[in-house]
Design a protein around this ligand. Structure first.
Ligand code: NAP
Length: 259
């Protein structure tokens, strides 16, 4: 599957959590289509390993900054530093997230707060940090948040993450309205289970739920990282120029099977 070469030439993008999993597929795809990309997450070693592999596999020079999305001023500085290196910012992908399985009855206030802090507050901090640069983007800034199918249905045993992602979706709708006059589009993607990710490994495979989940996905298989990266490209490029404040579900219709 391919897009027009150089579709994103001259664009500058930041992907939070871009060193691993789905984020790393998004980084590769944006870079392969000509964008200059920077990534932010907490672990320096993981960032350095990813940057080396982007260079070795795809000949991409990806910039990085260590940063925790929970910390407003840290994220502000990381976004500023990457935007300065890249000469601006057109595309902000809010992908960083944390999650764990725990029945709500046993969930501590600290566990709840931690996931809300990374997913929801982290997305808010990332968007706020990106705003001054996105306002200056030549043909409109774009924000793309990575949510999850269960944000729309509830997420038994991961209520903290379901609530955080539902909050992210609502935030995107507000930003689409408030920041639309700046030419900024804000959307979100709801991936279904994506094979080869730490998330599927820990939340589905390790729980012995693979067959049960596959049976509930109407298309009958997990998605892959490229499926999500392709959706990001649609929303990030001019193909999605009139799309804002909405969801792009990439889940094999899993939301209707209620996994
Ligand atoms: P992943 O590989 O664990 O990626 C999460 C990334 O976020 C990591 O690179 C991690 O790096 C970073 N991160 C975590 N906490 C952070 C913090 N406080 N500050 C900055 N960075 C932080 O997970 P994934 O499965 O690819 O998930 C990526 C996104 O897709 C998430 O938003 C997830 O909810 C969503 N999603 C995934 C699936 C799936 O099937 N995998 C399905 C639906 C939605 P550090 O630990 O180094 O900080």
């Amino acid at each position: 599957m391919s897009f027009v070469p150089d579709l994103l030439k001259g664009k500058r993008a930041i992907v939070t959590g871009g060193a691993t999993g789905i984020g790393s597929h998004i980084v590769r795809k944006l870079g392969q289509l000509g964008a200059n990309v920077g990534i932010i997450s907490r672990r320096q070693e993981s960032l350095q390993t990813a940057v080396k592999s982007f260079a070795a596999d795809d000949n991409l020079e990806v910039h990085y900054q260590v940063g925790d999305v929970r910390k407003e001023t840290v994220i502000q500085a990381a976004v500023a530093s990457l935007a300065d290196k890249m000469g601006g910012l057109d595309i902000m992908v809010c992908n960083a997230a944390g999650n764990f399985i725990c029945p709500t009855e046993n969930l501590s206030a600290n566990g709840w707060r931690t996931v809300i802090d990374i997913d929801l507050n982290g997305t808010f901090h990332s968007c706020k940090a990106a705003l001054p640069y996105l306002k200056e983007a030549t043909d409109g800034g774009r924000i793309i948040s990575i949510s999850t199918s269960q944000a729309n249905t509830g997420w038994p045993t991961a209520a903290h993450a379901g609530a955080a992602k539902a909050g992210i979706q609502n935030l995107m709708q507000s930003l689409a309205v408030e920041w639309g006059p700046y030419g900024i589009r804000a959307n979100w993607i709801t991936p279904g289970p994506i094979e080869g990710t730490e998330g599927v490994e820990r939340l589905i495979t390790a729980q012995g739920r693979t067959d049960e989940v596959l049976e509930k996905i109407p298309l009958g298989h997990f998605g892959n990282g490229e499926d999500i990266a392709n959706a990001v490209v649609y929303l990030a490029s001019t193909t999605g120029r009139y799309v804002s404040g909405t969801e792009l579900a990439v889940d094999g219709a899993a939301r209707w099977g209620r996994i």
